[in-house]
Design a protein around this ligand. Structure first.
Ligand code: CTP
Length: 420
């Protein structure tokens, strides 16, 4: 909510069937606090009327370059200057061709030519039109001119054909727009994250696991991406769409997660390119000693004993490897999580010392609003100086944003206050 408050968006709507979906984009931006002024091409108003744009945006619709009622006839210059961001959706083949050639014979194209700040284009059209060399040439030209593209997605198109040409989703357009405007304190930094549960198979149909949803890790990934970092997210089985722009590696068991993380750690270690490792995954501590290749049958028995053995501890291993390679430096920053049920602070302190991390985020699963399966979390953060901070109940996205701020401070503060 905070981010979009008082941000001004000039939304240029091209003439295509996807213009109808832009109404949801206007609603989405407005609901988060942004002001949206709609500028439509003459063709756009054949799909959605000016009155509809006006009703949904809550502002006058702009469509006429030669509107005699406007003082000085400078609407295109004013709109181009005042917006924090110009979004073109749908960016049609025709509109992009005009832009690429600097044409300005209607309000939308004149405004785009007068624009000096950032422009985000979300193309949508028939697949053959999108793939046509002329369109691709224009896209290349516009990208060179600094236009940022979002989509198009692939799938079934309004014309009945299949392929690239669908307007990106509203969520993707809004998130891409946000990232264009956000400060980037972690630009050029690399973050390795684990998230979600692991599953340890008992037989082909059963497994041992836990209630982790992955949402905490997703919240951190989103915040890190917004801060400009590259994010590699190694995750267990979750029901969440991949965070926009993250490199994701899906694994099932703790051992698979261990192998994936250690491989990445070693690759980055060789090139010294890892800045932080944040281990949020609820890794199963134990796995069945033997996985039955066939479904285990009851065979009339009244009980079943399962023998379990310990899984490798990924966080512990990273702490060890960093210490062996670099006894004096706390880089990459290592962040652990601790899920406790009672005596959380005491157990957290022990865990932090044992696993040698720089930050430990503790949540007490017995507290309301904290832990697995809920969208919020209430955490206490321990740092490498032994200090503790109690954070209030927040959404997991907000905890992620604050944690990324804390890590940014550690990474950017020189020796004394920082972690080098
Ligand atoms: N962790 C890990 N690999 C494991 C177990 C845990 O990387 N095999 C990491 C988690 O991702 C988390 C931290 O260690 O960052 C603490 O996890 P937690 O389950 O709270 O602690 P455990 O080490 O499992 O200890 P205990 O179950 O005794 O509380």
């Amino acid at each position: 909510m905070q981010f979009w408050l008082n941000k001004e968006i000039a939304l240029v709507v091209g003439g295509g069937i996807a213009a109808c979906r832009v109404l949801d984009l206007i609603r989405g931006l407005k609901s988060q606090g942004a002001g949206v002024s709609v500028i439509g091409t003459p063709a756009a108003t054949r799909f959605v009327t000016p009155l509809t744009f006006q009703a949904i945006s809550g502002r006058p619709f702009h469509g006429d370059l030669f509107d005699p009622t406007l003082e000085g006839g400078m609407d295109h210059i004013r709109l181009a200057r005042e917006a924090d961001l110009v979004i073109i959706a749908p960016a049609t083949a025709d509109l992009m061709a005009k832009m690429a050639h600097g044409l300005a014979n209607d309000l939308a194209s004149a405004m785009l030519l007068a624009r000096k700040g950032p422009i985000l284009a979300a193309p949508a059209m028939n697949v053959a039109m999108w793939e046509h060399p002329a369109t691709q040439r224009n896209v290349t030209t516009l990208a060179r001119d600094g236009v940022i593209f979002c989509g198009p997605d692939s799938g079934s198109l309004a014309c009945g054909e299949e392929g690239a040409g669908r307007l990106a989703t509203v969520d993707t357009i809004i998130e891409t727009a946000r990232r264009l405007l956000e400060a980037k304190p972690l630009a050029g930094r690399q973050i390795l994250l684990t998230a979600g549960p692991t599953r340890e198979e008992i037989d082909p149909v059963r497994y041992v696991s836990n209630h982790s949803s992955g949402r905490m890790g997703w919240g951190i990934a989103l915040a890190a991406l917004r801060a400009g970092a590259r994010v590699t997210l190694v995750h267990g089985p979750v029901h969440l769409p991949p965070p926009l722009g993250a490199q994701t590696i899906a694994v099932t068991s703790a051992r698979e997660m261990y192998t994936a993380v250690i491989d990445l750690w070693e690759q980055h270690h060789a090139s010294q390119t890892l800045d932080a490792a944040i281990m949020t995954a609820a890794v199963a501590d134990f796995r069945p000693v033997a996985r039955s290749p066939e479904k285990i049958k009851k065979n009339g028995s009244s009980s079943l004993s399962l023998e379990l053995e310990a899984n490798p501890d990924i966080l512990l291993e990273l702490g060890k490897r960093r210490l062996a390679a670099n006894p004096d430096r706390r880089q990459p920053v290592i962040v652990g999580f601790a899920a406790e049920t009672g005596a959380a602070l005491k157990r957290g302190r022990e865990k932090m010392a044992r696993k040698k991390c720089d930050l430990l985020v503790i949540n007490d699963l017995l507290e309301e609003g904290a832990g697995f399966g809920v969208a919020t979390n209430r955490v206490t953060v321990l740092n490498h100086l032994g200090q503790e901070e109690v954070w209030p109940l927040m959404s997991k996205d907000a905890v992620g944003a604050r944690l990324i701020q804390t890590i940014t401070t550690l990474l950017t503060t020189p020796v004394n206050g920082g972690v080098t």
